[in-house]
Design a protein around this ligand. Structure first.
Ligand code: CA
Length: 233
């Protein structure tokens, strides 16, 4: 569902290398963001989660390995692929980098083509699961590959966010999901999205569902749940 250019956070203290990488990334359909140390990188990540992190090993302050470990332990960041950059070519270093949580490892000097290929590879490996499965709950069916939703055989129209939201509810029925959990699971990264947004989309989803709209229950003070029990069969 993502249509933006993949954001690549470059954590590199050598300006000339960072600039070279940035220029090439920009020419190849990526949005580069440059941070020269761990603290600046952390602020970038807190503000907008990147799609991939290029992390230099030798940095002023916290080292690349320390940062990789820290980010891997953070639930919000842990799914972001990390590609470690280093001047070291030692096998032990490579193992250490991968143990710290890096997805891949590239030794300086490297060719830009190789770097781009590695970035594309980690992005493919970590690509979020597409909503490709079909699921049925009571008389409600959702087909992820054709983006069709039907209720009792009748086709229903809805926007892409309502579709994703419904898909999530249908894959996790009878459980109460808080607004913040829904933002995490459906929107992916909710730094700039208010929890009220969830209410707006749930309202739209109910409208789109018509008489099946009652299947989505509001649980006061807790969140929302999709249930089969209130469905009129
Ligand atoms: Ca360095």
């Amino acid at each position: 569902m993502r249509s933006h250019l993949p954001r690549v956070l470059i954590v590199e203290d050598e300006k000339s290398i960072a600039e070279l990488i940035s220029v090439n990334l920009r020419h190849n359909g990526f949005t580069p963001i440059w941070s020269e140390d761990g603290d600046t990188a952390q602020r970038e990540i807190d503000s907008v989660l990147p799609d991939v992190i290029l992390l230099d090993w030798m940095l002023p302050g916290q080292s690349g390995v320390t940062l990789a470990k820290k980010w891997r332990a953070d639930p919000r960041i842990k799914a972001v692929p990390i590609l470690m950059l280093t001047a070291r070519g030692d096998e032990n270093d490579k193992v250490m980098g991968l143990d710290a949580g890096a997805d891949d490892y590239i030794t300086k000097p490297f060719s830009i083509q190789e770097l781009l290929a590695r970035i594309r590879a980690v992005l493919r490996r970590r690509a979020p699961e597409q909503v490709a499965e079909s699921v049925a709950v009571g008389a409600l069916s959702l087909d992820g590959s054709s983006y069709r939703v039907t209720y009792a055989g009748q086709s229903l129209k809805m926007g892409p966010t309502e579709f994703k939201l419904l898909s999530f509810f249908m894959h996790h029925t009878e459980r109460v999901h808080s607004r913040s959990q829904l933002l995490d699971k459906v929107w992916g990264d909710h730094v700039f999205i208010e929890e009220r947004t969830v209410d707006v989309h749930v309202k739209r989803l109910r409208e789109a569902l018509g008489e099946a709209g009652t299947m989505i229950e509001t649980v006061r003070g807790a969140g929302y749940r999709l249930t089969v029990s209130s469905q009129i069969i």
